[in-house]
Design a protein around this ligand. Structure first.
Ligand code: CA
Length: 228
């Protein structure tokens, strides 16, 4: 499967050059000019990696990283920051904010690609050993197994991904569009009511373990995984 990379860079020439060369290398590339554009895209998709220019207009690259780390759905995403020489001394600030790697402009494409590969390897290794636990439900992302208390819950891939999205966002209202985009991908041709169908299946599976009350319908708005 192709990895998706979000590029946030206001300089057209650099953005287009990066987009072109990463697409040539087989990545799906989402280009954004500003942090605002990036947020819009992030509402719909979870890229595998983000490349962010430090010097962006209005909202800086650093602030964008901060917001990514504060958002539970996308917090684990690897971030490579592009900096101008002048910002070199501030690198420490970036590391504290959660930047995974740096590259100083002008960017060597070959080096960037090597760094992207290293980050993707690292993050997939990290995800493999990742366990999410919410209110007695334990999800192992490596073995794709779920335990409710001591009982195993078996789910299809789609329901597993649905539950994962909910467990990563407890008590947060998720619209059907958001759910669709994160579970099926933004470019899928899936209809909104498909979301409802799979929610129903997930609820049925949870019911066997008396946990269906956690998956709440918020009328006209979407769904919420409630832990209260
Ligand atoms: Ca810039």
């Amino acid at each position: 499967m192709k990895n998706t990379i979000l590029i946030v860079e206001d300089e057209t020439a650099i953005r287009e050059m990066l987009t072109f060369s990463l697409m040539q290398s087989g990545y799906i590339v989402l280009p954004a000019k500003t942090a605002i554009e990036a947020f819009k895209l992030l509402d719909d998709v979870t890229p595998d990696l983000v490349i962010i220019d430090w010097g962006l207009p209005q909202i800086s690259g650093l602030e964008l990283v901060q917001r990514i780390r504060d958002n539970e759905v996308i917090a684990d995403m690897p971030v490579i920051m592009l900096t101008a020489r002048a910002q070199e001394e501030d690198k420490i600030k970036g590391l504290e904010t959660g930047v995974d790697d740096y590259m100083t402009k002008p960017v060597s494409i070959k080096e960037l690609q090597a760094r992207i590969k290293a980050q993707l390897r690292r993050s997939s290794g990290f995800k493999k050993s990742h366990i999410i636990e919410v209110k007695g439900i334990k999800m192992d992302l490596d073995s794709h197994s779920i335990l409710i208390g001591s009982h195993e819950l078996s789910l299809s891939i789609t329901e597993f991904n649905l539950l994962k999205l909910f467990m990563k966002n407890p008590n947060k209202l998720l619209s059907r569009e958001q759910i669709l985009n994160h579970v099926w991908g933004r470019n899928s041709f899936v209809e909104l009511r498909t979301v409802d169908v799979h929610i129903l299946r997930l609820r049925k599976a949870l019911k066997k373990h008396n946990a269906e009350h956690m998956l709440k319908t918020v009328r006209g708005a979407g769904y919420k995984f409630s832990t209260s």
